[in-house]
Design a protein around this ligand. Structure first.
Ligand code: HEC
Length: 126
């Protein structure tokens, strides 16, 4: 009896923790969505059915740079030999001209690490 009470207390606490983690993730995704809309969406889409000026960013985390479909990338991005990670995305958002010189993406300059984190979390969910 005592053991099962303790056990249910532990289980309940674990559930609250999971719910809190989910909520935090949800809030970050929503905030990231808004920052994406404000800073990226006029050139990028996360929906393959929607044409956009820049390359599609759906599933960009884990994708090789400069490799989406038949998008006409600059030589700089075509020749870049790495996979997009959260860290690479942060550096790119912070100063894309420094991260890979010579690409055709206009400078965005998202320097706030919290905003970078939100946008990465959002992109990671797409
Ligand atoms: C003014 C238009 C514009 C804005 C705004 C813009 N981008 Fe881009 N982005 C581009 C273009 C154009 C490219 C392709 C660059 C090239 O080929 O050199 C690109 C490329 C990228 C790539 C490389 C994708 C790949 O397939 O390798 C990522 C990642 C990216 N942008 C993220 C972002 C994020 C995140 C934002 C918002 C913080 C943003 N961009 C804002 C135009 C834009």
């Amino acid at each position: 009896m005592k053991t099962s009470l303790v056990l249910s207390a532990i289980l309940a606490a674990a559930c609250v923790q999971v719910a809190q983690a989910d909520t935090t993730e949800r809030i970050k995704i929503d905030a990231g969505h808004q920052f994406f809309e404000a800073n990226c969406q006029r050139c990028h889409s996360v929906d393959a059915d929607r044409a956009s000026y820049g390359p599609l960013l759906e599933k960009v985390v884990g994708r090789k740079a400069g490799s989406y479909g038949d998008y006409p990338y600059s030589d700089a991005l075509k020749q870049a030999n790495f996979v997009w990670t959260p860290g690479a995305l942060r550096a790119w958002m912070e100063d894309n001209d420094v991260f890979i010189p010579g690409t055709k993406m206009r400078h965005v300059g998202i320097v706030d690490p919290t905003v970078q984190d939100f946008i990465v979390t959002y992109l990671n969910s797409q």
